[in-house]
Each structure stands twice: as C-alpha cells, then as structure tokens.
Design a protein around this ligand. Structure first.
Ligand code: HEM
Length: 404
C-alpha cells in the first residue's frame, strides 16, 4: 500500500472519501485556527447535491451547533445524495417524518432487542472465535483482513437471519453504496442487487414473522402505519452501509494504537474494565464516520460566521474530536481523559441508532482477541496506518503474536 501525502485541504478534498492519507490532522488544525467555516465550493461550480455552495466546518462547538439545530440545518441533502442508492431512510429525513420513522425502526436496534435472545452475546463471541481460530496458530496476521473486516458484518447478517455464506457479497454491496458519489454506476448496481436479494426475505417475514430484526421491522407500527417493503429494504441498505464502513474500524484502530504503544496492550489485557474506555478513545482519536452532511434552510451563521441559505455543510466530526478547544493534547491516544463528550456517533436527533450494537460488537470482539492473543506487536518493517477522509480506518493491521 502506498500512502499519499497532502498539504492542503483542496488536495485532500479532490481524493474522495477513503484516500490513503495517513495524517490529515495538521490540515484540520490549520482550518480550525484560521478558517473554521471554509468554503469548499462556490456558486459557479456544480456538485452532486445541487447546492450552490458548500462549506467545511471543523471546530467542535460549530459541529455540535449544526447537528443540534435540526430546524436550521436539514438532512435532506443526505436524501438527495446517498438516498439515490439507499432509498428513503431516517438519515435523510427531518422533523416529524424523521421522528415517526425513527420510532418505527430503532426498537429493532436497542440493547433490549439485541439481547432479547440472551444467547446473542454468546453468538457474537462464537463468530469472533471462529475467525480467530483461522489464524490463531500462525503467529502473524493482518488483523484487518483476517478479523476486523468480516466480523461485524457476520454479526449483522446473523442478526438479520441471512446465510453466513452471503457475508462477502453483502459487504461488497455495502462498500459500493458508500462510494456512490465517486462511482455512481457501481453504487446503483449494488443498491439494486441488495433490493433483489432482500425482497423475498422481507416478504417471507411478513407472512411468517419470526424472532429477528427483519420481522420486528415488518411488524412495527406507529399511528396505524407500517413500513412498506421499500422502506424496510432502504433501512436494511442503510444498515449494510453502516455495517460495512464503521464498526470494522473500531477494533482495527484500537490495535493500531496498541501496536504503537505495547504497554497499552498489556494494560487492557490485564484489566478488561478498560475495554469500553479504549474503544471510546479509539473513536475520538480516529472517528470512523468522520464527516456528515447538512444544508442551511435559511440565511444563518455558524460560530458567528454568516452562512447563506442552501449552503451544503460538511460537518467534520473527526476534526471536532481533535479540537484543542475541547480536548487536551488531542492528537495523543489517552485513555485517562476526563473531558468526555467526544461525538463519534454524531449528536442530536440523528445520533447513531446502531451505537449499542457497535459497542457490543466492539467489546466482545476485543475481549476475544485479548483472551486468545499474547504479546501482540507490529510486524517489523511494516508500514501501516489509519487512513481516509469521510470514513477513517486502518487499511491493514499487520501484527505478530503468541498464542495463549
Ligand atoms: C463505530 C461504529 C459506528 C459509528 C462511529 C457510527 C456513526 C454514526 C454517525 C456519526 C451517525 C450520524 C449521521 C448524521 O448525523 O447524519 C450515525 C447514524 C446512524 N447509524 Fe451509525 N455508526 C456506527 C455503527 C452503526 C451500526 C453498527 C449501525 C447499525 C447496524 C448504525 C446505524 C445507524 C443509523 C440507522 C443511523 C441513522 C440515525 C438517524 O438518522 O436518526 N451505525 N452513525
């Protein structure tokens, strides 16, 4: 893998959502200090969202202000862009429509729903162990390819009751959905493939509901209204995307931090109560979902700077979580922080609906790896890193280890 060095935000923005850029943080720091509401596109350029201009915001307080004020800053832009491949989903809805749909879909993702089957954590652990079994006696592995990439999606597909053999196919479609702005044809093809794959499953669950997530979705009712097949499938497409490019980065990023500082590995291995703290700090340090979009519905201001109606706003969560105005020594991975309030799962009404699942998978997966691997170190001479712009995660995690 060759990594790209970039010095300016213009270069970075030209590289797409997952460029192999190791350390864009000096660029974000400069923006926070000198240009916290940075114009990325003026009205004489065209863009996929159709907005006449667009700004990138990088300060913690500004990102929170925009995500909190959903009356001034709409998510409809997400529907016009990602909605092309996902269909109608809560992430692109505002106001009452959002509330109604969120009430319909989120019960299927709460801790109670996930643990309704008390065997669910046991099943997640078994999935983790099955992946670890494949490399446990080898002494060296790329953890990203051998574990992080497939583990969360296997959990997710088993939650939906899909065949285990379909994980790879579903994962590829999920990734293609993420890249729709850069490869529309592949995004649309993946969207259609997911529809064709899911429709017979959804219809079968409508006829004969069982105790699983899709059955909950098809039966959910608010004010006498149920979700249509298209709405259920659109939500499943959103979850596929969320499953493909988020949770997989949690464990990988934690291992990047631990191989850079092996003492951290020994500390967390010895005291498992630190696992949730480690995952939280990993998500602050390298936020898997680093940007989310909004648009201004009227002339307004962000952090005191005027912003015109219809401006698209790229809210940089990853930069907000490294803002020195909020976090001491923000570039350092530090499990002893007491500032709190990092926002890797977003903020306000669109706060991540899958955060319980992400944390549950992260904790169980991490504990399985800590139980079964000893003396984890980076493979000598290997260059690897967390990379990306809109999404951040390691592309490889080459480690050596002793088997417990
Ligand atoms: C580490 C893992 C994850 C991170 C960092 C993450 C991050 C986020 C963020 C930042 C948002 C807010 C989007 C916005 O404001 O426009 C979001 C929304 C959402 N996430 Fe996650 N996510 C993760 C895992 C998951 C998982 C595993 C699922 C489900 C399988 C999921 C489902 C959702 C849904 C349904 C929404 C939309 C909520 C709404 O619009 O009301 N996420 N996520």
């Amino acid at each position: 893998m060759s990594y790209v060095n970039v010095d300016t935000i213009e270069e970075l923005l030209s590289l797409g959502p997952m460029p192999a850029v190791k350390d864009p943080y000096p660029i974000y720091k400069k923006l926070r200090d000198e240009s916290p509401v940075f114009e990325t596109k003026s009205s004489d350029e065209t863009s996929i969202s159709g907005n006449p201009r667009s700004v990138l915001i990088t300060r913690y307080d500004d990102v929170k202000q925009v995500l909190k004020d959903d009356e001034t800053f709409s998510s409809a832009i997400v529907q016009r862009t990602m909605g092309v491949v996902m269909g109608p989903t809560i992430v692109g809805m505002d106001g009452k429509e959002h509330l109604k749909h969120r009430t319909l879909v989120t019960p299927s993702l709460t801790t109670r729903a996930l643990k309704r089957d008390s065997d669910f954590p046991t099943l997640v652990r078994k999935i983790a162990d099955d992946y670890i079994d494949k490399f446990a006696n080898k002494g060296a592995v790329d953890l990203h390819a051998a574990f992080c990439f497939d583990f969360p999606l296997t959990v997710f597909t088993s939650l939906l009751g899909l065949p285990a053999g379909d994980v790879e196919k579903v994962h590829k479609w999920g990734q293609a959905l993420c890249l729709v702005a850069f490869d529309p044809a592949a995004g649309l093809e993946a969207s259609e493939n997911l529809y064709n794959y899911m429709i017979s499953i959804v219809q079968a669950k409508r006829k004969e509901p069982q105790d699983d997530m899709i059955s909950m979705l098809v039966q959910a009712e608010v004010d006498g209204e149920k979700l249509s097949d298209l709405e259920v499938i659109s939500f499943l497409r959103l979850l596929t995307l969320a499953g493909a490019e988020t949770t997989n980065h949690l464990i990988g990023t934690s291992f990047v931090a631990m191989t850079r500082n092996p003492e951290l590995f020994e500390q967390v291995k010895a005291d498992r109560s630190l696992v949730p703290t480690m995952l939280e700090e990993a998500m602050r340090w390298e936020s898997p979902v680093s940007t989310v979009m909004r648009e201004a519905v009227c002339d307004t201001e962000i952090g005191g700077i005027p912003v015109e109606k219809d401006t698209a706003i790229i809210c940089h969560i990853g930069s907000a979580n490294r803002d020195e105005r909020q976090f001491n020594d923000p570039d350092t991975f530090n499990m002893n922080r007491d500032e709190g309030d990092a926002i890797p799962f977003g903020y306000g009404r669109h706060y991540c609906a899958g955060s319980h699942l992400a944390k549950l998978e992260g904790e169980i997966g991490m504990n399985a790896l800590l139980d079964r691997l000893d003396n984890v170190r980076a493979q000598p001479g290997e260059d690897y890193s967390v990379v990306g712009f809109s999404f951040r995660g390691p592309d490889r995690v080459p480690i050596t280890f002793d088997t417990v």
